[in-house]
Structure formats: C-alpha cells, structure tokens
Write a protein that binds this ligand. Structure first.
Ligand SMILES: [Mn+2]
Length: 319
C-alpha cells in the first residue's frame, strides 16, 4: 500500500516539470527541512521548483542550502504541474490557495487525520515528514546530495527532539546514520538549531519563566506570554518556539502548557505531554489539532479565564 503510494509519487516526479513545494505556516524544523530537502532534490533532477513558506524561514535555519530561494508568496499567474504540501496536517495551514494553482496536489505527512490531496501519502509511524521525503528520494533515480542530506537531517533532528522523544524510532536513527555517512556535520546542524539563539529570545525567556504555575497535583504546569510583554521585550513570535518544554522538564509534570496571547481576547495554547496522556484529542475538543504528545489550540478569554478553563479540563483528564 505504502509502496504503491511512493511509486505513484515517483511517477509524478518523473513525468512532470514544474513543482511547488510548500509546508505549514509558523514552520518548525521538519517543515523547513522537508521543504528545502525536496525542493533542492527536485532542482538537482533538473526540475523547475518554487519552494514556499508563508512565514518564511526561521533565522536559526538560515544555514540550510538555498534557504534564500524560499518564497513567502505565490508567484502570480503561475500554474504548477504538481504541488507538494508537506507536514501540514491540514491544507489551510499552507496559507496559500494551493488547490487553484496546480494540476495534481500531493500531500505528504505524518500527522493523524491529514487526508487531503489527489495523492495522500500519510504514515503516522514516521518520526518526521523528512523521513517520508527520504523514502521517496530513495525510490527515485537519484542519489541524495550533501545539500539535501543536511535539510532532511535537520527535519528528523527537530521532530524527534534530538532523538529524545518516543518518535525517535529505529528508522529515524538508521536514516540519520546514513545522512551523516554522506558527510553532513551533526554539530553544525545542532549548534545552528540550539546554540545560535537570538539574545532577544533569552531575554524573553527570562520574562516568561516567572509566570510558571504548577498545579496542586503537580502533574501539569504552564507558562504564559501576553502581547504586551512580547512587545516590550523586543522579541518576536518565533522566539517563543520551545518555551513549552520548560514546564514539561519539571519532575512529575505530565502535561505542559504554554499560553501565548495572539489577540485581545485570544490565547494560542501549545500542549506537550509525556507518556500516555493524549493532548491531541484534548486539543481537538478545543477546536485545535496535533499529535498524542504535542498539540495546539486557540481559546478565547482573558489569561485568567483560559488558565482556569484548562485547569478544569486537565483535572478531569488526569483524575
Ligand atoms: Mn513533522
């Protein structure tokens, strides 16, 4: 089944010339790594490619090959033979009208419930979309280059939390081992991702950590950021990436939350869980989405109201 899906995608690559490669807004390492990995490979095959992310590329990933060729807007009046939507979960998260500008829409993803596209290659057992791109490229008449290897490795490193999460399965290690064998430098990727932080991010973290609240039961904890504090800090949204991991790092905490104000009465909540608590289904109840251990949703109300609402939900969930 999966093999025929890969064969269908390989045929689309072989039989066509112009490609759009896009991923989800507010991109993480897997979104960017998959997009640039596939786009670079297609270019090396002699194809015409537009790689796009509506929010552009986070600064810490601006060492990836051809990152400066990542567009943030669709070129006008351009029709593509094939559009790839990667790691998106939902087509709307592409942020551009992909459906209208391509003949064939291919969805490649490892998020559950991602079922759009003329061809939908979904494998929730894959630790990253970059793994699926690697499988496809290996089925093509093409040898993965150093440029492409670097992008795919970043995707895997990012989605497995540097091989710490339970998503770090044997395939993640095997593919990464092969990519390292091609000559990429793991330290270059890791130091760019984790030790090239903007000073504003560290200062913002200093303002966010004092908002830490740990529940009476000790099993969930949260930090919060209002628009006012974000504006005062001089940092931007992308600097908040990973803040939710701080409350999760506390001994005994099973669910971590990060409340980030996005409008006057709206908070975006990032959820992380360890072990068996399914934050994906909880965030779907709130109109959001995500995986078992990582999810997000938007909730309206003041910070107090939103925190209280989530406390009630979590007290019930953990009871
Ligand atoms: Mn992913």
């Amino acid at each position: 089944m999966i093999q025929t899906m890969i064969q269908q995608i390989v045929r689309q690559i072989e039989d066509n010339q112009s490609f759009l490669v896009v991923s989800h807004e507010n991109p993480d390492g897997d979104a960017i790594g998959s997009t640039l990995g596939l786009a670079n490979a297609l270019r090396e095959m002699g194809k015409q490619v537009v790689a796009l992310n509506v929010d552009g590329i986070p600064q810490i990933m601006q060492f990836l090959p051809n990152h400066d060729q990542l567009e943030t807007e669709l070129p006008t009046d351009t029709q593509f033979d094939v559009a790839f939507v990667l790691d998106a979960g939902d087509l709307v998260r592409a942020g551009v009208p992909v459906r209208d500008c391509c003949r064939t829409l291919i969805n490649i993803d490892h998020h559950p419930h991602s079922d759009f596209g003329d061809i939908c290659y979904l494998d929730t057992s894959a630790s990253a979309t970059a793994i699926l791109i690697d499988r496809i490229l290996n089925a093509c008449d093409y040898d993965i280059s150093l440029d492409v290897a670097k992008c795919l490795y970043l995707g895997i490193l990012s989605d497995t939390g540097s091989f710490r999460y339970s998503s770090a399965n044997p395939e993640a290690f095997a593919v990464s081992g092969r990519l390292v064998g091609l000559g990429i430098d793991p330290w270059e990727v890791a130091s760019s991702l984790y030790e090239s932080l903007a000073p504003e991010r560290m200062r913002l973290l200093g303002l966010v950590l004092p908002t830490l609240e740990i529940s009476a039961c000790g099993r969930y904890a949260s930090v919060a950021l209002t628009k006012e504090v974000l504006e005062k800090s001089g940092a931007s949204e992308e600097h908040t990436d990973g803040f939710v991991n701080y409350p999760r790092a506390i001994s005994g905490v099973e669910v971590a939350l990060f409340f980030r104000q996005t409008a006057d009465n709206t908070y975006k909540i990032s959820f992380r869980s360890r072990g068996k608590i399914d934050v994906g289904s909880m965030s779907r109840e709130l109109g959001g989405g995500g995986h078992h251990n990582a999810a997000g949703a938007k909730v309206t109300g003041s910070l107090e109201e939103v925190r209280t609402k989530l406390s009630h939900l979590l007290d019930r969930l953990l009871a």
